[in-house]
Ligand binder design. Structure first.
Ligand SMILES: O=c1[nH]c(=O)n([C@H]2C[C@H](O)[C@@H](COP(=O)(O)O)O2)cc1CO
Ligand SMILES: [Zn+2]
Length: 159
């Protein structure tokens, strides 16, 4: 008899997005993303971080102050990193698991790459223009999005 308490696909891929987020140096919001093909094969992963060559220790991580002294102009979003990290050339019809609802800029990139479904965890910026614009484009482009249905299972990894 097979074991019955194995995790489902959604938990598996969201788990990988959550683990990827643990690599983020952002002190406020860690974001992880996992892109998966229609037949449940992992295509790519990413998390929010500074671009290559832009030191995590030298670039700012603050949220407020002079815009050039905040993280916002520099940090590469998790979804964009996942798209850019993809080594193949076709992700049409794929899904993306993300720990935070994608912003408008990432939504554009996801649409253009042919992503058809977004499974997200937090939607903490739902009231912002950025997310409203994102949903407007995703709706128009026929990209389906749904919140991850938590199975409340805790997985402890000993490293
Ligand atoms: O879709 C996203 N993907 C993503 O990776 N991020 C990153 C950029 C920042 O490092 C962080 C957001 O920072 P904060 O919550 O402090 O404003 O999350 C932010 C969004 C935004 O909405
Ligand atoms: Zn984004």
């Amino acid at each position: 008899m097979k074991r019955e308490d194995y995790i489902n696909w959604d938990a598996y891929f969201m788990g990988i997005a959550l683990l990827s987020a643990e690599r983020s140096k952002d002190p406020n919001t860690r974001v992880g993303a996992c892109i998966v093909s229609e037949d449940n094969k992992i295509l790519s992963v990413g998390y929010n971080g500074m671009p290559m060559g832009c030191s995590d220790d030298e670039f700012p991580w603050s949220r407020e102050g002079n815009p050039l002294d905040t993280k916002y102009p520099y940090v590469c979003h998790a979804e964009l990193n996942a798209i850019l990290n993809f080594a193949g050339n076709d992700m049409k019809g794929a899904k993306i698991y993300i720990t935070l609802f994608p912003c408008n800029e990432c939504a554009k990139a996801l649409i253009q790459k042919g992503i058809k479904e977004i499974i997200y965890m937090s939607d903490k910026y739902a009231e912002t223009d950025i997310v409203i614009a994102s949903k407007r484009m995703l709706d128009a482009a026929g990209v389906n999005y749904r919140q991850y249905n938590s199975i409340n299972k805790e997985i402890i990894l000993s490293l």
